[in-house]
Design a protein around this ligand. Structure first.
Ligand code: SAH
Ligand code: SF4
Length: 386
């Protein structure tokens, strides 16, 4: 327990208090104010206090009320009796030779998810999970073989970002260059099946007085939960990535079974209607390369035909094998032949390189297994790239 609350004075560490204290991470200003009122604060001052707390929590990254020096000493002493700003426990933190970092974080009920940071020279993306496991059963995805345990709360989603920033020392929110300059909702789970919590978390992350990350720097990846796509564009306006992976309903029904409910035609119509897409902000189509399944030149030509009239780019992802998977990664030749057809038709179609691939491999994999997978995956990728 002590590891969970390193900064809380010993007097506040009794298990009884821990059980009832409310974690403020994940609350909006209004919700913080309401909690303060419940705790006995007057309505008038609660509003002002909630603004201060919002600033300390999400702009300064304070996890200890004692750090919140604009709040009166007396109140700073009282706050930890009712509230915490504790982070989830970091079960493991690994750094690969290329600088990629992987956190396995454990929430209060013992459930764990992974987040991954992929640094670039002057920026970096954090891959964030939205659920523990996934209810969907895409046949090439390891997460799909896990039973869904539960949705993450908004606080648990934001906490992944806060933990990463604690480790990287990126507080207060920098005005200029950032190590975590982008967020990709591409971790474990289907974000649009936990839409309310994901939306709340992203709105707090985008708030200019807190973490302050622009919607242009956030990408949400979905397997195609069509009814939520429009809402996501309207309310959040983040970049959209679609896990397309096949060009016919017959094949997609098997790879991405949610296709039986929302077939390719409906999915692409939702993309055409996506409120914030245009030529400057194109929709990313993710396409996993599976040998003999979806990687022929005819598939590539059909993909080009399907994407007509959609501001699109294509991400070709060499398949990441896992124990028990029924697929193999396409050959180097097949991948590049496919990429050339799509590229010649005017669509950017990069093949994910090992580092980018690391995001996919890390996200949605339990750590014990992901270690093994990444080693084999790296080998196959290196050969795929020649
Ligand atoms: N559930 C969301 C986001 C998480 S998965 C979605 O499906 O879009 C992030 C990406 O990794 C998706 O495009 C997914 O199809 C892809 N992916 C899953 N398993 C993979 C594997 N074994 N190899 C390569 N890509 C995989
Ligand atoms: Fe879930 Fe995405 Fe994996 Fe499909 S690919 S099982 S939607 S995490």
């Amino acid at each position: 327990m002590d590891a969970l609350i390193p900064d809380v004075p010993a007097v506040n560490r009794s298990p009884d208090l821990l059980a009832i204290r409310k974690n403020l991470i994940g609350l909006t200003r209004e919700e913080i104010a309401a909690e303060l009122v419940l705790a006995g604060e007057k309505e008038k001052t609660a509003k002002m206090r909630s603004k201060q707390l919002f600033h300390w929590l999400y702009y300064q990254g304070a996890s200890d009320f004692d750090q919140m020096t604009t709040i009166s000493k007396e109140m700073r002493k009282r706050l930890p009796e009712t509230f915490t700003a504790d982070r989830p426990e970091i079960t493991s933190l690994q750094e690969s030779t290329d600088g990629t970092r992987k956190w396995l974080v454990k929430y209060h009920d013992g459930q764990e998810v992974e987040s991954v940071h992929i640094p670039e020279e002057d920026r970096g993306a954090l891959c964030v999970s939205s659920q523990v496991g996934c209810t969907l059963t895409c046949s090439f995805c390891h997460t799909g073989t896990m039973k869904l345990v539960r949705n993450l709360t908004a606080g648990e989603i934001i906490a992944q970002m806060m933990v990463a920033r604690d480790t990287l020392g990126e507080w207060p929110s920098p005005k200029g260059e950032r190590m975590i300059s982008n967020i990709v909702m591409m971790g474990m789970g289907e974000p649009l099946l936990n839409y309310d919590n994901v939306a709340k978390a992203l709105k707090i992350i985008m708030d200019g007085e807190g973490i302050s990350l622009s919607k242009r720097r956030i990408t949400l990846s979905t397997s195609g939960v069509v009814p939520k796509i429009h809402q996501c564009g309207e309310e959040l306006g983040v970049n959209l990535a679609i896990s397309l992976h096949a060009v016919t309903d017959d094949v997609r029904d098997i790879l991405v079974p949610i296709n039986k409910r929302y077939p390719i035609k409906e999915l692409l119509q939702a993309c055409k209607d996506y409120p914030s897409s245009n030529n400057a902000r194109r929709i990313t189509f993710e396409y996993v390369m599976l040998a003999g399944i979806n990687d022929s030149p005819a598939d590539a030509k059909e993909l080009v035909r399907l994407l007509k009239d959609i501001p699109a780019k294509v991400n070709l992802i060499p398949f990441n094998p896992w124990p028990g998977a029924n697929y193999q990664c396409s050959s180097n030749n097949a991948i590049h032949r496919f990429a050339k057809i799509v590229n010649d038709a005017g669509y950017s179609s990069p093949v994910r390189v090992p580092r980018g691939r690391d995001i996919m491999a890390a996200c949605g994999q339990l750590k014990s297994e992901s270690k093994k997978i990444r080693a084999s995956e790296r080998n196959s990728l290196q050969s795929a790239q020649g």
